[in-house]
Design a protein around this ligand. Structure first.
Ligand code: SAH
Ligand code: SF4
Length: 355
């Protein structure tokens, strides 16, 4: 069996692991510090850690399981990374620059089983879940790239919105969140992290119960079951009533605002009627709701959909506002470099016939 990535262990897991092997407690802090503050690329660089501990770590863990295949930089500063995993699978990670900081979009699965009809990743069925180590390593690789540039830049925000359904890989997602949020390491604030789900209601309860302060986004995309099932078949398993029940629970438990993502598909879900239905659906939660309208990014794999006209997006936005719903439009970053979710990966797969 190949060695595990050390980045997959939370602080407590690393601590237990080292203690079980007779290591002293202060070693945990030392190792953690070298991993996440000094960001070494080899265990032997951990200067104040004794040889015996280094050998123990080297025997069981690795620091690299991701290989950078492609790095594309856009004019607006967006950088898209394509990584090859140890088993040859390809995943994407995107770094975006905003006025409030540097945000990284991470992938949680190889492919996705949810199968939304508008999504490039949904077409390639799930091959496997990513380990927590592989998710953390995406952040580490981007941060190390920034370190090499020498501008003192730091990843300040994370969106779990790359390929995959994060709540279908829940344990590894949570370990990832605990690692990046840990204030002894990368210390990326929970309020600066957003997890997006297609609406796995049972996991929304579980997420609320963890008590973590990370933001939640729900891909709603349609305000009624008939339309939502047509564009997202997951709606059959978790129809809107079930989803909204889990939302009630989440809001009661956390009192945290939820973002609802709504992809704008021309003549499909962008009429005034749908805006009104959406406003009605969210009205009782409007103080803790924000709708993010996402202009559809056309993907080579689908010709079934087009992006809504700008004027239609604007009108949808106005209707929501009039009805008292907070909302905004997400104009994309990196438009010149295949920044839409799953695009670089699917192009590369087609070129190399990996699957
Ligand atoms: N699986 C999760 C998270 C990854 S998808 C989810 O579905 O929420 C992240 C967001 O990108 C979702 O809101 C999704 O609907 C959106 N998305 C997928 N394909 C897109 C496309 N072609 N254009 C614009 N947004 C897209
Ligand atoms: Fe999966 Fe999200 Fe794409 Fe749907 S939109 S297929 S849930 S990655």
């Amino acid at each position: 069996m190949s060695k595990q990535s050390i980045y997959g262990l939370t602080y407590d897991q690393l601590s237990d692991w080292l203690m079980e092997r007779g290591q002293q407690r202060f070693r945990v802090d030392q190792v953690w510090n070298w991993l996440y503050k000094k960001r070494v690329s080899q265990f032997s660089e951990m200067k104040n850690v004794n040889k015996q501990t280094i050998e123990l770590l080297e025997k069981h863990f690795v620091l690299h399981t991701l290989d950078e295949e492609i790095k594309q930089e856009s004019k607006d500063g967006t950088i898209k990374f394509l990584f090859k995993l140890a088993d040859g699978n390809l995943i994407e990670t995107v770094l975006m620059r905003f006025n409030y900081g540097l945000s990284v979009c991470v992938t949680t699965q190889v492919g996705c089983n949810i199968g939304c009809t508008f999504c490039a990743s949904g077409l390639l069925r799930k091959n496997r879940d990513l380990t927590s180590g592989e998710i953390v390593e995406q952040i580490m690789n981007v941060q190390k790239h920034l370190d090499e540039r020498g501008d003192g830049d730091r990843v300040s925000h994370i969106v779990v919105m790359g390929i995959g359904e994060p709540f279908d890989n829940f344990t590894n997602l949570m370990d990832f969140l605990y690692v990046v949020n840990d204030d002894r390491g990368l210390n990326i604030g929970a309020r600066h992290i957003t997890v997006s789900t297609s609406g796995l209601a049972h996991k929304i309860y579980e997420f609320a119960d963890t008590g973590i302060q990370v933001n939640l986004a729900i891909s709603i995309h349609a305000p009624n079951n008939e339309l939502r099932t047509r564009i997202m078949k997951i709606n059959k398993a978790f129809p809107i009533e079930k989803l909204m029940k889990s939302v009630d629970y989440y809001l009661e438990k956390t009192n945290r605002r939820i973002t609802y993502e709504y992809i704008m598909l021309r003549d499909v879900n962008d009429h005034k009627e749908e805006a009104e239905q959406l406003a009605k659906l969210l009205y009782n939660h409007r103080h803790l709701a924000y709708v993010n309208l996402i202009p559809y990014n056309s993907v080579d794999e689908h010709n079934q959909y087009q992006r809504s006209e700008s004027a239609t997006i604007q009108a949808f936005f106005e209707t929501l506002k009039e009805k008292g719903i907070n909302c905004g439009v997400r104009w994309e970053n990196g438009a010149d470099i295949d920044a839409a979710c799953g695009q670089l990966r699917s192009k590369q797969i087609k070129k190399t016939n990996v699957v």
